[in-house]
Design a protein around this ligand. Sequence first.
Ligand SMILES: C=CC1=C(C)c2cc3[nH]c(cc4nc(cc5[nH]c(cc1n2)c(C)c5CCC(=O)O)C(CCC(=O)O)=C4C)c(C)c3C=C
Ligand SMILES: [Fe+2]
Ligand SMILES: [Fe+2]
Length: 361
Amino acid sequence: MTKRRVAIVLFNLGGPDRPESVQPFLTNLFSDPAILRVPGFVRRWLARLIAWRRTRPALANYAIIGGRSPLLELTEEQGRALGAALADDPAIEARCFVAMRYWHPMSDAVAREVQAWQPDEVLLLPLYPQYSTTTTGSSVTAWDEACQAIGLSVPTTTLCCWHSHGGFTAATAALVRDAHARARAALPADVPLRVLFSAHGLPESIIKAGDPYQWQVEQTVAAVVGQLGDIAGLDHTVCYQSRVTPQKWIGPSTEAEIERAAHDKVALLVCPIAFVSEHSETLVELDVEYRDVAEKLGVPGYFRVPAQNSDPAFIAALADLTRAALASGRSLCSFAGARQCPKQHGDCPHARARAPSQAAA
Ligand SMILES: C=CC1=C(C)c2cc3[nH]c(cc4nc(cc5[nH]c(cc1n2)c(C)c5CCC(=O)O)C(CCC(=O)O)=C4C)c(C)c3C=C
Ligand SMILES: [Fe+2]
Ligand SMILES: [Fe+2]
């Protein structure tokens, strides 16, 4: 049997590879109309201004982790692990490519690599479990534009969201369970422990415009907690980190939850719930900045659940999602073959299985 050649394109946000890249990376990020929702001529000007202002604090953050983001290496490792997990599949010859949104390798270069490999089909696999117009939506748009520019026209499936996929939530629950046991063992028996599921925040206006992200984050947390029934009386809550603009962002903020923990005299176990790789917002914001806030406020203990990275159970979940999406012959939304992304985006308008003509139109 001839195997189908499948190019799996892993999307992530990208991060600067050296200090000199921080400002152009931030300029790319704030120039994205999915992030800064103002008219084009204002955006180009405003993007440079915000990036210029943000460069100094961002440089300080990246300096703590060696002056660069580890996101590319970790995503490439996930790609290699996923390729290995699919290697013995009798039906497909899969090759993983990594396309970052705001720093190299970006969609235009990766689309050329994919074209040179001559796949029979393409699977777009965002490493964002929850769909947001600012992340998955933006990456898919950039990919479409890159394909159009070079005339890459191959049947393409988009795995738009996988917030409640059983394998993903079980792998995450196992990481929480291990970290919870370690934290409990380190704490005096009379100190209660609360799990903070901390997701990247979004401006409230983006949610009001119909973005399903917040609802999907809540779905992930409910599914993970549902798998942690063996931890009696698990105290947990959802909160949002990384606010970077002055508008109102969704809440409660992770800082507010740290304050509440100090007031309640409970220790914290922080679990990143919208990132599946370590990067500056886990290694600096969670591990350094929020830990410092917690210590200063007298929170009686501060622990963290590691991101999934190339955890074997997580990679097995990605392999399962890949197979299911390819078998469905169209975009797979949500979980376990469900055709619908419930609630806000009913029949999932962002999920598309496109004919080659549509992809190149
Ligand atoms: C308005 C600004 C931003 C929105 C909205 C936003 C959404 C969003 N981002 C991620 C994941 C990541 N963000 C990362 C870096 C990063 N994000 C913003 C701004 C917004 N993100 C900035 C300014 C930066 C740069 C770092 C900084 O200056 O603090 C990263 C990469 C970090 C790295 O190590 O390089 C990721 C990953 C999600 C999931 C999300 C919305 C759902
Ligand atoms: Fe971000
Ligand atoms: Fe979806």
